[in-house]
Design a protein around this ligand. Structure first.
Ligand code: C5P
Length: 261
């Protein structure tokens, strides 16, 4: 690619929109096309990254050079993203994940009857972005505890770190290159109080960058153009004026590459 500033980096991008089954032929879904996530995957490949693209119900052709994992539901997306994130420098959650799913999925097609239809009861889906931040926070604590104990490099247990009272080197061996993913990026669509709502969401979800889409003026869903403001964990913001989703993707990777440098 023109800039190889992501060479040697492994990045994970989620794209598209999840579907939550009601019965074998029906689902609750959303209008996400996957265009922004695919643009992120393409531009990351062009900048030299190893890219895992977790695609939820996207009908676009696979981007050349990316490893594509296809999923349908939020729970499948969670599994694929958390697995890929174990070895990732950065994760960008561009997918529209369903907040809720039906409590029960009928094994057979629900029939039309003369009686009133049964209501569909919903339960909350896991928040994958928040979970990524939580997993990393736990790992950071484990590393900090190791450093405070003067432990050797590479001795932080993947799940929670050493037990109190363990001597140096007693914890499980994991790669000693720090808690991954080093950069976590979320997306948010806000219609009002964009900055205040975005800032609160960034903090709630524990991500490093939050790309806040300005929705509601023929932007974002299903269109080739996007406009956004990227909020940073340090309290900064970067405005991205309306333009191709590729341009927005390149600004996101600029900010990710800066944080990885
Ligand atoms: O809370 P909200 O849905 O606005 O957050 C959007 C961001 O959180 C996106 O990056 C989306 O991929 C992620 N998300 C998630 N798991 C959910 C809901 C949203 O990872 N269950």
């Amino acid at each position: 690619g023109p800039r190889e500033d992501l060479a040697g980096r492994h990045v994970v991008v989620s794209a598209g929109g999840t579907r939550e089954a009601i019965d074998p032929v029906r689902f609750i879904g959303n209008r996400s096309s996957g265009l922004q996530g695919y643009a992120l995957a393409r531009t990351a490949v062009a900048r030299g990254a190893e890219v895992t693209l977790v695609a939820a119900n996207v009908t676009l052709p696979d981007p050349a050079g990316a490893k594509v994992v296809r999923v349908e539901s939020a729970r499948q997306l969670r599994e694929a993203v958390l697995t890929a994130a174990e070895h990732a420098d950065a994760v960008v959650m561009a997918a529209a994940v369903a907040d809720f799913r039906p409590v029960r999925q009928s094994d057979t097609k629900i029939k039309k009857s003369s009686a009133e239809p049964d209501p569909i009861h919903l339960v909350k889906n896991p928040d994958i972005l928040a979970e990524l931040g939580e997993v990393r926070r736990a790992r950071r604590e484990a590393y900090a505890a190791r450093d405070a104990a003067g432990g050797a490099a590479g001795d932080v247990a993947a799940a929670g770190g050493r037990e109190a009272g363990d001597g140096p080197g007693a914890a499980t061996q994991v790669p000693g290159d720090g808690p991954h993913p080093r950069v976590i990026v979320g997306f948010a669509a806000e219609t009002d109080d964009v900055l205040a709502n975005g800032r609160a969401k960034l903090e709630r979800k524990g991500c490093d960058l939050l790309v806040v889409n300005q929705v509601g003026e023929n932007l974002a869903f299903g269109t080739p153009d996007n406009a956004a403001v990227v909020l940073t964990a340090e309290g900064g913001s970067v405005e991205i004026s309306r333009g191709p989703k590729e341009d927005l993707a390149d600004v996101v990777w600029d900010l990710v590459a800066q944080r990885l440098a």
